[in-house]
Ligand binder design. Structure first.
Ligand SMILES: [Zn+2]
Length: 135
């Protein structure tokens, strides 16, 4: 279907959308749609408010920022030299919260897929991670 907006209007709309979402999140949703899936977003009723939810397939997907979520052995997750204790405490708290949300989701029967922003998400990566759960 042709876009109902002209190029300038569309780009204005898209830039407004960008402010609300982080762009890796948009990428994830677009890729899922490309694969013919129907992702839902902002399901606040689910632990951790996943970035995308495939409701019927019982799959939740997260795109985690390496720093805030403390990606293990990742250069993007290294702590700043100032206020080190503060940052360490904060990030460790986030890691514990992520783990607890993940446990809650799995207990409710959800498959949890986590992606990290240090690795650009591609269709190939997404497809291979989904293959386990989608035939
Ligand atoms: Zn990382």
């Amino acid at each position: 279907m042709a876009d109902v907006y002209n190029k300038a209007k569309r780009s204005e709309i898209m830039s407004k959308i960008k402010g609300k979402h982080t762009s890796p999140e948009i990428r994830l949703v677009l890729l899922l749609k490309e694969l013919g899936l129907k992702p839902q977003q902002h399901r606040k009723d689910l632990p951790g408010c996943p970035d995308a939810v495939l409701f019927r397939k019982k799959i939740v997907l997260f795109v985690n920022g390496c720093f805030w979520h403390g990606h293990k052995n990742c250069s993007r997750a290294s702590l700043p030299n100032t206020n080190r204790v503060f940052w360490q405490t904060k990030i460790e708290k986030n890691i514990r919260r992520d783990a607890s949300q993940c446990r809650k989701l799995r207990k409710r029967g959800w498959h949890v897929l986590t992606f990290w922003t240090c690795k650009p998400l591609t269709r190939t990566i997404l497809t291979s991670r989904l293959r386990r759960y989608i035939s």
